[in-house]
Write a protein that binds this ligand. Structure first.
Ligand SMILES: [Zn+2]
Length: 61
């Protein structure tokens, strides 16, 4: 099981550049339409998961 983009619901690859928002949703950078203050980070999925200590299980409800 992998993370899916919160915008287009396509599975995210480790090297995709994604935006992490305040609700810990990730989406492709090109789907980005949030004000800066709602964004926790923009980086590759790999780096986002590492930087924020997030793991897939936290997204899989
Ligand atoms: Zn997307």
């Amino acid at each position: 099981m992998r993370l899916c983009c919160g915008h287009c619901h396509v599975e995210l690859e480790d090297d995709d550049v994604v935006v992490l928002d305040e609700f810990n949703f990730v989406r492709h950078e090109e789907g980005y339409d949030l004000p800066d203050h709602l964004i926790q980070g923009i980086d590759t999925l790999d780096n986002i998961l590492e930087r924020f200590g997030l793991f897939e299980k936290e997204y899989l409800h």
